[in-house]
Design a protein around this ligand. Structure first.
Ligand code: HPA
Length: 269
């Protein structure tokens, strides 16, 4: 609690609001941050010893302000295990958000399409996940002030928020896929054999983030909604090689649709 409380206090002194909605923006999807009105930006690097974000396409700052008329606190750029951050470090910003009043967390990521029925540029509403990171952010002494030792994950992606997302997608004419997100640590992309195995396990999309944050958020009682932008088809699905540039390019090309959908959801929250 101490560390998260310290940063929550520091952040509150800078932003002066207690938003109920938190947003975590994934690779190439930081553009939503630019839509925030009256933004106050706080770079992670300006918070002493706060973990910094080094991944391409991630700005590495908190943005507080108003989006669709709702006060929000946004992470424009997230932290990943492949950067060398501990799983505990990945849960820190989520706990800081919780202490600042966030009750609903919306996350986005870029992911590889495992389901052959998906296409590059599709938005996938995450219905559930498979943690293939081999680690869990809650390992270690439990901090009872946040949540219990063995948190239930049966409804990790809040059913009522998923229903709302589907309604908003309908209303805005944005077609969405639904499915299971499987998280690996990266940073190497998966092999075609791994992707075949993950498909057999029930994965529809694969990525290197989100799951630690979702576990930490569920632990501290937040409602979670998450989306993947299918930035590329996963390894072996086509005969193409995977590139980081394709991931960011799909974000640039299709990010606006994701932004529109999230703005509509915020209006209705
Ligand atoms: N694999 C893992 N992470 C990713 C991918 C992928 O194919 N695309 C974007 N993030």
């Amino acid at each position: 609690m101490y560390k998260a409380e310290k940063y929550a206090k520091m952040l509150y002194d800078r932003i002066g609001i207690r938003p109920q909605i938190g947003i975590v923006l994934g690779s190439g999807l930081g553009g939503l941050g630019e839509k925030i009105e009256s933004p106050i930006a706080v770079d992670y690097a300006d918070l002493p010893e706060f973990p910094v974000s080094t991944a391409p396409g991630h700005k590495g700052r908190f943005l507080a302000g108003t989006l669709s008329g709702k006060p929000v606190l946004c992470m424009q750029g997230r932290l990943h295990a492949y950067e060398g951050h501990s799983m505990e470090a990945l849960s820190l910003p989520i706990r800081v958000m919780r202490l600042l009043g966030v009750e609903t967390l919306i996350l986005t990521n870029a992911a590889g399409g495992v389901n052959r029925a998906f296409s590059v540029g599709d938005i996938m509403l995450i219905e559930d996940h498979i943690n293939f990171m081999g680690r869990n952010p809650l390992i270690g002494p439990n901090d009872d002030t946040f949540g219990c030792r063995f948190p239930d994950m049966s409804f990790a992606y809040a059913p009522e928020l998923r229903r709302l997302a589907e309604i908003c997608a309908d209303e805005t004419g944005i077609s969405i896929q639904k499915g299971v997100y499987l998280a690996c640590t990266g940073p190497s992309y998966e092999t075609p054999a791994e992707i075949r195995a993950f498909r057999a396990l029930g994965a529809d999309a694969v990525g290197m983030s989100t799951v630690p944050e979702v576990i930490a958020a569920n632990h501290c009682g937040m409602r979670v909604l998450a989306f993947s932008l299918i930035s590329n088809m996963a390894a072996g699905v086509t005969d193409q090689r995977l590139t980081e540039e394709e991931v960011l390019e799909t974000g640039r090309r299709k990010g606006a649709e994701m932004q529109k959908l999230i703005c509509r959801i915020l209006e209705k929250l």
